[in-house]
Design a protein around this ligand. Structure first.
Ligand code: NI
Length: 137
């Protein structure tokens, strides 16, 4: 059977600063460069959420769009216009890299969507870089 998937795109804006307490000031500067700016900086993140499975025989859909939208936007609203390091408890002890943010998104969205539906998430941080997490990864 062929896999069918649906991808829907969401966005949120947030600030962060890449800095490790385990590293020296110079090391932080060298590794994180501009992203180590003391006062932080912001991104307009784009989030591509892919669900997969067998379409429902009645609706012909993998998931009703309002259900998907509600699950994702309810969570992303908690990050909207926040400073991730200061306001999202998940990042109290983790650096808010794209890698860690996309993992956080997976953990939270997987809980909010019907079991087994979430297949892949792509987090765009800038026009030049994105982070992927998925079932096959
Ligand atoms: Ni950044």
């Amino acid at each position: 059977m062929r896999r069918i998937s649906l991808t829907r795109v969401f966005s949120f804006s947030a600030a962060h600063r890449l800095n490790s307490d385990a590293l020296s000031h110079e090391e932080n500067k060298q590794i994180f460069d501009k992203c180590n700016n003391y006062y932080g900086h912001g991104h307009d993140y784009s989030v591509e959420v892919t669900v997969q499975g067998t379409p429902d025989s009645e609706t012909g859909m993998l998931i009703p769009l309002p259900q998907l939208d509600t699950a994702v936007t309810e969570f992303l609203t908690t990050l909207e216009h926040k400073h991730l390091d200061l306001e999202a408890p998940y990042f109290k002890d983790k650096i808010s890299t794209g890698e860690n943010i996309v993992r956080y998104l997976w953990n939270e969205l997987d809980k909010r969507l019907p079991a087994g539906k979430l297949f892949h998430i792509r987090l765009w941080e800038t026009n030049n870089n994105y982070f992927d997490i998925g079932k096959d990864a």
